[in-house]
Design a protein around this ligand. Structure first.
Ligand SMILES: C[S@@+](CC[C@H](N)C(=O)[O-])C[C@H]1O[C@@H](n2cnc3c(N)ncnc32)[C@H](O)[C@@H]1O
Ligand SMILES: O=c1cc(-c2ccc(O)cc2)oc2c(O)c(O)ccc12
Length: 238
């Protein structure tokens, strides 16, 4: 029998660690209510070599609820990939809503784009193929953009999150939401460093720094939810 040490065991997807419980949530409460276009997009993403990067459908369900609660109309997404969270956002905002969606790679976005078009929501999306930081800085050059966004979702390079936060806190309105994905990073944020797979260590460090910063940022109210791979929901209060 092949022996693996704890260090070699890759954490399960979803922080619950019990695969059965995670599957129960998905099969009982998430999949039956998941819109068909999202099911289709999740399906095409699953055959992508990096398909595991797609936003977890349980996290997506929470995001859709938040978008409705704040009546989001103008949003930002950093980290599109094949478009699961982008499509769920587009399905959750009104017909005249707008999403500024940023990713360094249009190639993966083009995998989900036919499904987004078929769902009739492409007109809501302004996709920008770029590093996120210069786009956020450019948005801030226009004073009209300050405090004008209702919602932002960040699911990209984990070492960029702190820098994105310093821009997004100015772009999002008082009462608006900034949600950060993967803020438990496969549970590694709570593991001793020596127990963590080498390839997970850099993002673990960045995520620990992000979590420390958000915990003391008085400009936001936060909820660190153990849904998916951890999602931290920030509401701007100052
Ligand atoms: C985890 S995936 C996003 C998943 C997506 N939210 C979904 O629902 O499937 C991360 C994405 O961030 C993008 N990315 C990485 N670094 C970036 C950067 N500096 N600026 C913009 N996008 C970046 C990658 O190209 C990748 O598509
Ligand atoms: O395994 C990953 C990797 C990423 C990732 C790595 C490097 C980047 O520049 C961006 C993203 O993101 C992930 C993710 O968001 C997720 O939900 C699961 C796994 C990964």
């Amino acid at each position: 029998m092949e022996h693996t040490t704890k260090e070699e065991t890759h954490p399960t997807k979803g922080i619950l660690q019990s695969e059965e419980l995670y599957q129960y949530i998905l099969e009982t409460s998430v999949y039956p209510r998941e819109p068909e276009p999202l099911k289709e997009l999740r399906g095409v993403t699953s055959s992508h070599p990096w398909g595991f990067m797609g936003t977890a459908p349980d996290a997506g369900q929470l995001m859709a609820m938040l978008l409705k609660l704040v009546k989001a109309k103008k949003t930002i997404e950093v980290g599109v990939f094949t478009g699961y969270s982008l499509l769920l956002t587009a399905l959750s905002i009104p017909d005249d809503g707008k999403i500024t969606a940023i990713d360094v790679s249009r190639k993966s976005y083009e995998i989900g784009l036919p499904i987004i078009k078929k769902a009739g929501v492409e007109h809501k999306i302004d996709f920008i193929e770029s590093q996120a930081l210069p786009v956020l800085d450019k948005l801030l050059e226009d004073n009209e953009n300050e405090g004008s966004f209702d919602f932002a979702f960040v699911d990209a390079d984990k070492d960029g999150y702190v820098s994105y936060h310093e821009r997004l806190i100015k772009l999002v309105k008082i009462g608006g939401i900034i949600a950060y994905d993967n803020t438990l990073w496969f549970g590694t944020v709570a593991m001793p460093e020596k127990m963590v797979l080498e390839e997970l260590k850099p993002a673990r460090e960045s995520t620990i720094e992000l979590n420390k910063m958000l915990a003391v940022d008085s400009r936001v109210m936060i909820s660190h939810a153990s849904i998916g791979d951890g999602i931290t929901i920030c509401m701007r209060v100052h």
